[in-house]
Design a binder for this molecule. Sequence first.
Ligand SMILES: [Zn+2]
Length: 47
Amino acid sequence: MKDPVCGSEVSEKSESITYNNKEYRFCCASCKWAFEKNPKQFVGEEK
Ligand SMILES: [Zn+2]
């Protein structure tokens, strides 16, 4: 699994959040924070 913010490989113990029924994991709190602030920037919009 990859951190959608910085692209690092992340483990199952990493911080995670659920967005649009998908789980995303982050290498660190600052990546998680950046994602929460503007998730569309990282996941892309479904059209
Ligand atoms: Zn990261």
